[in-house]
Write a protein that binds this ligand. Structure first.
Ligand code: F6P
Ligand code: MN
Length: 304
């Protein structure tokens, strides 16, 4: 049986032809970007981004490449990027407002571990809650190049292949992904000595009671992909030093929360589902918890 292409899948599941075009364009744009990665692997620019983090050469190059390419689709009115101090105003009458984490997991550039790109798509300008996401998708630049998207009708994964003429195409790898039960792995970010002691106890129970195995790569997309396929829990919790945690609500947490919840998992922000959170400041950070439902319920009890 022929394996379905991304284009055919989008054709069957996404009514809006412009949204189809945006989703498939990004899958190929980010693929083109990856071909250039080797040129920009070494060094930082000596600049800090709006979060005070050092900007790697690759961070800046990927951001520029993805933004330019998204603008060229003519489908994007504004791009909010983790690496831009101000949103990029693109085509005034274009239908979509896009959020972008161009290079998620930059600390893994020098170590040649996996990193990714994360995109959220809205019909209206931000700020919005994550409930207003029309679509979200991520690319994982791992040993193989995978692309996962959701428009709120399940979450679907594709992998890059080459056809006999050497042209890249994305073929369906997993349709309607369901987070496996009861879950197998967990990854927790931050400094355990700074965590709420109740969270520390919960974390120990992930070993002792739930018998989960540790998996933490330092790239959100890669750690997210682990729990999406194996079940378990990922968290970057609040801490004494950083009550809002480290991860970004709009660029990282909410696009992945749509994919996660569509795969049957539960997300939490210490105040509700990550999708329900609204912050006036688009650059806000947020504590992030993605888990199998029973694990998120246990966590909520542990912290209450
Ligand atoms: O984008 C921020 C990020 O790099 C995520 O990809 C990752 O989950 C996290 O930060 C890693 O943070 P730390 O280095 O503190 O573990
Ligand atoms: Mn990131």
């Amino acid at each position: 049986m022929e394996v379905e292409t991304l284009e055919s899948h989008l054709e069957r599941h996404v009514e809006d032809q412009r949204l189809r075009k945006l989703i498939s364009s990004f899958a190929y744009i980010s693929l083109d970007a990856q071909h250039h990665f080797p040129k920009y692997l070494r060094g930082t620019l000596g600049d800090k981004n709006k979060y005070g983090e050092a900007v790697a050469k690759l961070d800046e190059w990927v951001n520029g490449y993805l933004c330019d390419s998204l603008v060229k689709t003519g489908l994007v009115a504004k791009i909010y990027s983790e690496e831009l101090r101000q949103p990029l105003i693109a085509s005034a009458n274009a239908p979509f407002f896009v959020t972008l984490d161009p290079l998620d997991g930059s600390s893994n550039i020098v170590t040649n571990n996996a990193f990714g790109s994360i995109v959220g798509v809205y019909a209206e300008d931000l700020p919005q809650t994550g409930k207003r996401l029309l679509a979200s998708f991520y690319k994982l630049y791992g040993p193989v190049n995978t692309f996962v998207y959701s428009i709120g009708k399940g979450s679907h994964e594709f992998v890059k292949h080459y056809d006999s003429e050497g042209n890249a195409k994305f073929l369906l790898l997993a349709e309607n992904i369901k987070v496996p039960e009861p879950g197998e792995v967990f990854g927790l970010g931050g400094d355990p000595l700074e965590w709420d002691p109740r969270f520390l106890k919960f974390a120990k129970d992930l070993f002792r009671v739930e018998k989960l195995k540790v998996r933490y790569s330092g790239t959100l997309v890669a750690d997210f992909s682990q729990i999406l396929h194996r079940g378990g829990l990922f968290a970057y919790p609040s801490s004494k030093k950083s009550p809002a945690g480290k991860l970004r609500l709009v660029y990282e947490a909410q696009p992945l929360a749509l994919i996660w919840e569509q795969a049957g998992g539960a997300s939490w922000s210490e105040e509700g589902s990550l999708l329900e959170v609204y912050r006036q400041d688009v650059d806000s950070r947020i504590p992030v918890y993605f888990g199998n439902r029973h694990l998120i319920e246990k966590l909520q009890k542990a912290l209450s």
